[in-house]
Design a protein around this ligand. Sequence first.
Ligand code: PRP
Ligand code: URA
Length: 208
Amino acid sequence: MHEQIDHPCVQHKLAIIRDVETGHKRFRELATEITQFLCYEALKGIRTREVQVETPMATATCRKIDTDIVVVPILRAGVGMLDGILDLLPTARVGFVGLYRDEETKQPVSYYERFPPQTKGGTCILIDPMLATGGSTIAAVERLKEAGAGQIIVICIVTCREGLEVVERAHPDVPIYTASIDDHLNDNKYIVPGLGDAGDRLFGTPHQ
Ligand code: PRP
Ligand code: URA
């Protein structure tokens, strides 16, 4: 299952974050803002429980979130989406998966991993701005499943049909929420039109 969030507020911000003229400060702000919209949509089916709340007037039947939430950025670019989610879910815990794409093979290489105990049985939100070939997402989902995650939800800012299909084939139980399903991958396995190298644009490093 995947869903592209077509809301005009998301698409407006996406147009600006894609722009080659957008500098790293604004890029970071936009990544945060877009992530908040995507997260809001992605969590619409999350488990809740009924609670009774005393208002100044009467007892109200309300609902509260009833699952541990663990947000898991894929290092490094996923960190650019973390603040946006934590603004919405301030009590969420945070795990990390360190992966980079080998320049030659384009395969993900693992270099770090740390999950809170609530990962086991919890709702894990995997974040990375780019889902390109899908290799990094598949590797991170596999690690979360090995750690016993209850439910896994992927949120990315930009993806493409090719990468989506690969991830959905490997993990059909994992929903993916995105602001855009782009046209294709180029020979270097970058998303076109995409937004370039998300990590470099977020953190102001020159493209290697
Ligand atoms: C980027 C991006 C994803 C991955 C996507 O990370 O942030 O993690 O590539 O590509 P894939 O879907 O083909 O696996 P990168 O390897 O550039 O590392 P960085 O976040 O440290 O810049
Ligand atoms: N990683 C990025 O940062 N951008 C892409 O388009 C593909 C992988």
